[in-house]
Design a protein around this ligand. Structure first.
Ligand SMILES: [Zn+2]
Length: 252
């Protein structure tokens, strides 16, 4: 997949709008096994190639790479509120969700099987970017990001969910389903798909269940097509091990 972009909110003169982008594997500078558009600095790719790829990704939402904020993901529920591009105090924030009210700051969530997603209330000018895997579902990073956005004035959030691994491809130990059942009793049928002694998790469905529980109705949620493990146009950690990361970007 090449970069896909879209807008939320009003594009009329004086209206507030949000631009988002979803990157895939193609259209970048990295060499195998990170080919082509790897956006992660922490996977062992050549830093110069990643920098050029980040420039490509930033340009897709009309920004420079220095306007972007990335995360050191920790599979938790920490949310960082940022107001400028680049590392905070020299390092990328340790969190799995970023929120801003500042126009021209590009928030980035990276993933390769987990869910990368963006959240946006264009009318109230609050946006977020979230990384969520099964641990993020249990930790509640999606509701935590929505809570922070609401504190900053959001009340009509839309979500765009990037490609992740589908339930068919995501077999897990049955203990993991039990953990999820404990954490998400109301969403478990949407999250875990037990089938002939093989447990499977649908993280995207879990994210949608948590969005709905937090008041983001299905009509405000867009899910981009594609399973990371099945599409050669997307990075998949489960399929390839050492590989790159695609991302979702958003800006006011
Ligand atoms: Zn799949």
């Amino acid at each position: 997949m090449k970069i896909v972009t879209g807008h939320l909110g009003s594009v009329a003169p004086g209206g507030r709008s949000v631009t988002w982008a979803a990157t895939g594997r193609f259209g970048g500078h990295s060499l195998p096994p990170f080919d082509e558009l790897n956006l992660a600095t922490y996977v062992g790719d050549a830093p110069g190639d990643v920098k050029r790829n980040l420039q490509v990704a930033a340009a897709s939402i009309g920004l420079a790479s220095t306007d972007l904020v990335l995360m050191q993901g920790v599979h938790g529920a920490q949310v960082a509120v940022v107001d400028q591009g680049g590392p905070v105090s020299g390092v990328e924030p340790r969190c799995d969700a970023l929120v801003t009210r500042t126009p021209g700051v590009g928030l980035v969530a990276l993933a390769a099987d987990c869910v990368p997603m963006v959240l946006a209330d264009a009318a109230n000018a609050v946006i977020g970017a979230v990384h969520c895997g099964w641990r993020g579902l249990i930790a509640g990073v999606v509701p935590a990001a929505l809570d922070q956005m609401n504190l900053l004035g959001a009340d009509q959030v839309h979500a765009v969910i990037g490609p992740s691994i589908c339930a068919k491809c995501y077999r897990v130990p049955s203990e993991r389903v039990l953990e999820l059942r404990g954490a998400l009793p109301n969403a478990i049928s949407a999250v875990a798909c037990p089938e002939s002694e093989v447990a499977r998790i649908d993280v995207g469905a879990g994210v949608r269940a948590q969005l709905a529980a937090a008041g983001v109705s299905a009509s405000k949620v867009t899910t981009l097509a594609g399973c990371t493990a099945q599409s050669r146009g997307l990075f998949s950690y489960r399929r390839d091990g050492l590989t790159g990361r695609q991302g979702m970007l958003v800006r006011l």
